[in-house]
Ligand binder design. Structure first.
Ligand code: FAD
Length: 391
């Protein structure tokens, strides 16, 4: 097949980062093409917990870090988009919860109590009691403190479906990607499944696929780090929706619970946090389910899990390499001439990722140009959730 196409911005990778960027660029009049090898959102995005962090989780040491300041505006931007009044029209995307909660099973460390009551977090972290508690915690046996965070939880499959709609005819299902150079050896596009696609700029937003793509384009930087997780899924008729970080002693949540609807009307609880990190990664599936079962029966003993179904999911978060393996604070973009490559590092930071690409385009004077209409192209499918496949 030899077909030559041209566009302003060629995006590789149709997770939340690539799709959000694609929709923003199209709204600004840029011609775009987005290439996806497997399924839209099917990498990390539909495996995420869908929390639109505002930074409170990162403040568990009792102080706002750089991360929390940078991310603080994300809930507002997402809320406006979900209302149809923001930078993208995401009205129709299902909001799973208007708030995420912090829940401490015992007494809260003194420094956190005063921090959560302080001016620094007012309106972002408020204590709730009684009927304001999340339904799963409304039980006489529940002891502990619960704080409502001004963060949202979105249904990622419906988000991805809406972003795919906003992509119009710009999506291309394709597998093989090779560099396309001009006579001077400058990168001017990509050869995608035999089609020559010329573009003013190329953006790699392929999640963990960025590393292999960079290698095939012979670009040594930026380096990538992978953060393995071993998540647990539990599905059962007795589960009520719960969106909460349960605090342990340390700066990371002991367990993070989000709840997702399944086709038969039952809820699936998706468990992350410390449970899914280092020790959890080292456990095999049976031991990980056992650990999760013990954790839930200790924390929520009134919930009947006797008929629940269990499964686990291994997945890796892809991020730019950081010294000390720390979690990056913002979306990350690296500029390699006509090639931009990056990771949002969080679903919540997809708008920040798009901002950073847009500011590179502006800096370089890249404007929408005229291009011939696109032919009909093979369209990638939308990714399925892990619970759809597991149960
Ligand atoms: P991906 O979603 O991985 O998309 C990359 C796409 O590129 C994939 O579709 C892949 O098929 C495609 N691709 C790869 N290679 C190629 C190639 N050569 N050619 C074409 N296409 C290619 N963040 C939050 O903000 N809140 C949360 O609650 C949250 N929870 C999480 C829970 C888990 C278990 C995990 C793993 C992550 C979580 N995250 C969360 C992080 C968030 O999911 C990611 O930061 C975000 O989804 C990354 O989006 P992306 O578009 O960069 O990558």
């Amino acid at each position: 097949m030899s077909q030559t196409l041209s566009t302003d911005v060629l995006i590789v990778g149709g997770g939340v980062a690539g799709l959000w960027l694609n929709a923003r660029l199209r709204a600004k009049g840029y011609a775009t093409l987005l290439v996806e090898r497997e399924s839209l959102g099917g990498g990390q995005s539909v495996k995420s917990q869908g929390i639109i962090h505002g930074g409170a989780k990162y403040a568990l040491h009792g102080a706002l870090s750089g991360a929390s300041e940078a991310i603080a505006d994300m809930p507002r931007r997402w809320r406006e988009a979900l209302d149809g009044s923001g930078e993208l029209d995401l009205s129709g995307v299902r909001l799973l919860s208007d708030a995420h909660y912090l829940w401490s099973p015992g007494t809260l460390a003194g420094n956190l109590t005063s921090f959560f009551a302080s001016k620094a977090v007012r309106g972002r972290v408020d204590q709730v009691k009684g009927e304001q508690l999340p339904p799963a915690l409304q039980n006489p046996k529940f002891k502990g403190k619960v704080y409502r965070l001004a963060e949202l939880v979105v249904d990622v499959p419906s988000l991805i479906a809406r972003l795919a709609e906003l992509a119009g005819d710009s999506l291309l299902a394709a597998d093989d990607i090779q560099p396309l150079h001009d006579n001077d050896g400058q990168l001017v596009g990509l050869r995608v499944d035999g089609r020559e696609i010329r573009a003013q700029r190329i953006v790699l937003s392929a999640g963990r696929g960025n590393a292999d793509l960079l290698a095939s384009l012979d670009v040594p930087q930026p380096a990538q780090q992978l953060r393995p997780l071993h998540m647990v899924m539990v599905k059962g008729p007795s589960l009520k929706p719960l969106y909460a970080h349960c605090l342990g002693g340390g700066p990371k949540p002991r367990v993070t619970v989000t709840s997702h609807p399944s086709a038969d009307g039952e809820w699936v609880w998706y468990l992350g946090g410390d449970l899914a990190e280092a020790d959890g990664v080292a456990r095999d599936e049976a031991a990980q389910i056992d650990a999760a079962r013990k954790e839930l029966s200790q924390l929520l003993p009134w919930i009947d899990l006797s008929t629940a179904q269990w499964a686990t999911l291994r997945v890796e978060r892809a991020e730019p390499a950081q010294s000390g393996f720390v979690r990056p604070d913002n979306a990350f973009i690296s500029d390699q001439g006509a090639l931009l490559v990056g990771w949002p590092t969080k679903l919540a930071l997809a708008p920040d990722f798009a901002d950073r690409v847009l500011s590179h385009l502006e800096r370089d004077g890249i404007r929408p140009a005229a291009h011939p209409a696109l032919p009909e192209l093979p369209r990638p499918v939308i990714g399925r959730t892990a619970w759809e496949t597991a149960f």
